[in-house]
Design a protein around this ligand. Structure first.
Ligand SMILES: [Zn+2]
Length: 102
């Protein structure tokens, strides 16, 4: 009898053999969770990407340097403090959620 544990995704039932190291196994499990069509993490990542894209369209720019410039420009042209806070918060969220390497 083979006692090798088999990893199984509880959401889609995909089974795969464990890796040689715990770190490799964690990476494989996380990579699957990000791509699994039934895993809530994949859905959350997809939703976050859609919301970020919508916010980019609302603010009108993306990318770290362009967002910093937009933040400075907003302070000059938006007189309403509440509107300015909302816009600056949006710019800050976009900076904080920039995709890796952007
Ligand atoms: Zn799965």
């Amino acid at each position: 009898m083979n006692n090798t544990p088999i990893l199984t995704c509880v959401f889609c039932s995909l089974s795969y053999l464990p890796c040689k190291t715990h770190e490799d196994e964690q990476r494989v499990v996380l990579d699957h969770a990000k791509a699994c069509p039934k895993h809530p993490l994949a859905q959350a990542l997809s939703d976050a990407a859609k919301l970020r894209k919508a916010l980019v369209l609302l603010v009108g720019v993306d990318g770290h340097d362009d967002l910093l410039v937009m933040g400075e420009n907003l302070r000059q042209v938006v007189p309403d403090p509440n509107e300015l806070l909302n816009l600056l918060y949006s710019v800050q969220v976009l900076i904080e959620t920039l995709p890796a390497g952007a």
